[in-house]
Design a protein around this ligand. Structure first.
Ligand code: HEM
Length: 401
């Protein structure tokens, strides 16, 4: 702690010990420093459920336009290059979101149900047949990107390469805050690939999302090719790793709470509840940032205009004011609503329905085949990130039915 800090303790989102278990820190923040200031890392943080949700909704005072990540060089601030509406304010954001929504409809997602089943089995069956495998590498790291590719219309033979590039986009290097060179190269390759796809669909439209985005129109306004490519890239950044890690966290916490896993084995209709409880208890997207558009008075202090403000999603989801016995992982808990996991307000996650659908299908197929499983503890590795929470590897041995 520096002498400039007025806080009773320190909170460093880069600290590996914090990543190991952030929840005791979140609890202290909610209790003793609900508006926390870290002068060294130059951010403020909100940790109570009511403040996090209000922060998501307060687009007038909390702007997304400077990026939504704590890391200065994360993809968010490159919005001007990637045309990502995640990192725009209204009305620019609203215009793009409404046009994208014309193509990315709930109906289009729901209609993917069968294909998601097929893609799930394509990756799950060979893994289960081996008995011992890595849930992340062999399954959870493959399904979400293949689902996004399916949605966009990426042809089957190209999907493995698209997945490889997408994985490199989120590639991190130990102790390096800038986006690493391999990640930039992969992003450029991916953008070139999507650019060719958009040009192709312009010539010969199909039934896929890419064609639907080209077709989307509101009062004569349409998305440019660059905006469509930007949205495709946004899906890779926002919807791939988050879903992979959620699938990993579900199996990690079910293994740590065998009585809970026994509940879903006994009643597969509880799988959607298992997904919700994992989203609450240990969500894969923990911290979203905003910039103060003006001075903000809170808790008797002033967040100065321009300051970075973190919304601590993982903390909001454990707040005792909303979730009874929030530190327990209970699949059949009654108080499921009010999750902060997908944000709130105008930037509410566009892929929430898709993320829920595909994790439910994948976990349902897993429980219907696996009576019991054990994690290979020595092989478990956690990802270290200020936002993404989950595992890089999750090896396991399964006992199939
Ligand atoms: C926005 C979480 C999956 C696409 C968001 C936000 C959160 C979030 C917290 C709000 C960000 C903010 O307010 O700044 C998650 C989690 C997921 C997930 C935890 C999986 C478990 C997906 C998927 C897709 C997707 C599968 C699409 C394929 C988006 C988009 C936005 C967004 C496009 C920006 C919406 C906007 O700015 O209007 N997500 N997401 N997400 N998400 Fe997701």
């Amino acid at each position: 702690m520096t002498s400039a800090s007025l806080e009773p303790f320190t909170f460093d989102p880069y600290d590996y010990r914090f990543h190991d278990d952030p929840y005791p820190t979140y609890q202290r923040l909610r209790a003793d420093a609900p508006l926390f200031h870290n002068p060294e890392l130059d951010f403020w943080a909100l940790s109570r459920h009511s403040d996090v949700i209000a922060g998501f909704r307060d687009n007038g005072r909390l702007s997304s336009a400077n990026g939504v990540s704590l890391d200065p060089a994360a993809w968010g601030p490159h919005a001007h290059r990637t045309m990502s509406f995640l990192a725009m304010d209204d009305p620019r954001h609203l215009r793009m979101r409404r046009l994208v929504y014309k193509g990315f409809t709930p109906r289009r997602v729901t209609e993917m149900d069968n294909r998601i089943h097929e893609l799930t089995l394509e990756h799950l069956e060979p893994a289960l047949a081996r008995g011992t495998f890595d849930w992340i590498e062999d399954f959870a790291g493959k399904l979400p990107m293949d689902v996004i590719s399916e949605l966009m219309g990426v042809p089957g033979p190209d999907r493995a390469e698209v997945r490889r590039l997408a994985d490199l986009v989120v590639h991190r290097e130990e102790g390096v805050l800038d986006v690493p060179v391999p990640a930039i190269e992969a992003a450029l390759n991916l953008i070139t690939y999507y650019g060719d796809m958009v040009a192709d669909r312009r010539r010969s439209p199909t039934e896929d999302l890419t064609s639907a985005l080209l077709d989307a129109e509101i009062d004569g306004d349409r998305l440019t090719d660059e905006e469509i490519i930007g949205f495709m890239f946004l899906m890779v950044v926002a919807g791939n790793e988050t879903t992979t890690k959620l699938l990993g966290n579900a199996l990690y916490w079910a293994a740590r709470n065998p009585a809970e896993y026994a509940k879903v084995v006994a009643d597969a209709d509880l799988v959607p509840d298992w997904v919700e409880e994992t989203l609450r208890y240990d969500t894969s997207s923990q911290i979203v940032a905003r910039s103060a558009a003006t001075d903000i008075e809170m808790y008797g202090r002033t967040i100065p205009a321009g300051a970075k403000v973190l919304l601590l999603i993982g903390s909001a989801n454990r707040d005792a004011d909303v979730f009874e016995d929030g530190d327990s992982y209970r699949i059949d808990r009654a108080d499921k609503g009010n999750l902060a996991s997908f944000g709130a307000g105008v930037h509410f996650c566009l892929g929430a329905h898709l993320a829920r659908l595909e994790t439910t299908i994948a976990l349902r197929e897993f429980v219907s085949r696996v009576r019991d499983y054990r994690l290979v503890e020595s092989g478990i590795e956690r990802v270290h990130s200020t936002n993404v929470r989950g595992f890089a590897t999750l090896p396991m041995t399964v006992e199939v039915r």
